[in-house]
Ligand binder design. Structure first.
Ligand code: SAH
Length: 367
């Protein structure tokens, strides 16, 4: 059995069942055995592939989005270009390369990366060599550590990795789903106590017996910090993730290993553990902090409005036949409704004032 599973079992024997949020936090972030702490999980040889790893077009268009917003902010110099959970650094490298076409943008940027994994910090350093980016790069553990400067922040598949709690409706009320032990194996159990306070609006509404709701103070807390940074210093953020636009009931906790779904309690620390992002909850957190949220819109619609079809055609003009086919298939993967185009969504967060009457690119109503 793996060391993290043994550690979690010992904790449960000593303290009783733990909330799913603690299980998720330990499985992903345990200082020694946590999934993200000990490996680079991305790419074909890893467990999952993200949009920036599918094609350079993704990071390039996001870089141009940031450059456009920077100009709309009055081209502050310096400003911070931040990314939360930058993975291999691919998105930021592509964004800076494309952003360099806008005079002054890269020169004014200070790159700040919020990343807890030492392995991925090393990959990010390698993807962003000083001589190529000509930007200063600083790493942080927390959003709250970002310096007080105007900023633009990107978060692709960051929020889905932050821990959630689950509650299930029973005859006598809502109970928290916990990770417990049965015959020395990890299993999901219901906390016998009825939750005294309703942690989400959704629970107050009529729910069917057995319905599950998910709440995440880690996610709303991260969004609150991000929105506060934007309100206090001006700027904006782009959040891309898979999830739902409106809060809804359902168990969306999932584990992925080797590009396949696996059981969430099998081999903790050896599989990616995520759940769908509740964009309504994020938008409400941004609103409560005084910022304004746009969207979410489907990733396909967002990238199409930003010109991904034209960018693909441009790249294909100088490509070999094989490369052109790979570009076409990446385009489809990123934008098709049955692939990443609809399940993945994009939300922008901005200050209430700077963007009045000025909807960010990608969020315009289609005619
Ligand atoms: N954005 C990248 C990687 C997504 S995977 C891409 O699109 O390819 C999730 C990323 O978030 C990883 O870099 C992981 O190490 C980081 N991460 C997970 N939990 C974190 C936390 N609590 N604080 C900071 N970074 C975190």
């Amino acid at each position: 059995m793996n060391s993290l599973a043994t550690h979690l079992q010992d904790c449960i024997r000593l303290e009783g069942p733990m909330p799913i949020s603690r299980y998720m936090a330990e499985a992903l972030g345990h200082p020694e055995w946590g999934y993200y702490i000990s490996r680079d999980p991305l790419g074909r040889a890893g467990d999952f592939i993200t949009a920036p790893e599918v094609s350079q077009m993704f990071g390039e268009l996001i870089g141009l989005w940031c450059a456009d917003r920077w100009q709309a902010m009055g081209a502050p110099d310096p400003f911070i270009l931040a990314e939360l959970g930058p993975g291999r650094g691919t998105l930021m490298a592509d964004a800076l390369r494309a952003g360099a076409s806008v005079p002054g943008f890269v020169q004014a940027a200070q790159v700040h990366l919020v990343e807890t994994s030492p392995v991925l910090r090393a990959s990010q350093r390698a993807a962003l060599p000083q001589d190529v980016t000509s930007c200063e790069i600083t790493w942080h553990d927390n959003i709250a550590d970002l310096p007080a400067l105007p900023g633009l922040t990107i978060a692709n598949e960051f929020f889905d990795a932050l821990p959630i709690r689950q509650f299930q409706r029973a005859e006598d009320g809502w109970h928290e789903r916990m990770v417990g032990l049965q015959d020395d194996a990890l299993c999901l159990v219901l906390d016998p106590a009825v939750v005294p306070a309703v942690p989400t609006e959704l629970m107050a509404q009529d729910a069917e017996l057995g319905d599950i709701v998910e709440v995440s103070s880690a996610r709303t807390g991260a969004m609150t910090e991000l929105a506060q940074h934007i309100v206090q210093n001006s700027g904006g953020a782009l959040v891309i993730d898979y999830g739902h636009g409106r809060s809804a009931v359902g168990d969306t906790l999932q584990a992925m290993r080797g590009h396949k779904f696996v059981a969430v309690l099998d081999d903790p620390g050896q599989a990616d553990l995520t759940s769908h992002v509740d964009f309504q909850a994020l938008a409400e957190a941004a609103g409560s902090a005084g910022a304004r949220a746009y969207g979410p819109v489907g990733q396909g619609a967002f990238l199409t409005q930003l010109g991904i079809n034209q960018r693909a055609q441009m790249l294909q003009q100088t490509a070999t036949v094989e490369q052109a086919a790979a570009i076409a298939s990446a385009l489809l993967r990123l934008t098709d409704q049955d692939q990443m185009g609809q399940l993945f969504k994009v939300m922008a967060v901005t200050t209430e004032t700077t963007n009045e009457g000025q909807t960010p690119p990608g969020f315009l109503e289609s005619e």
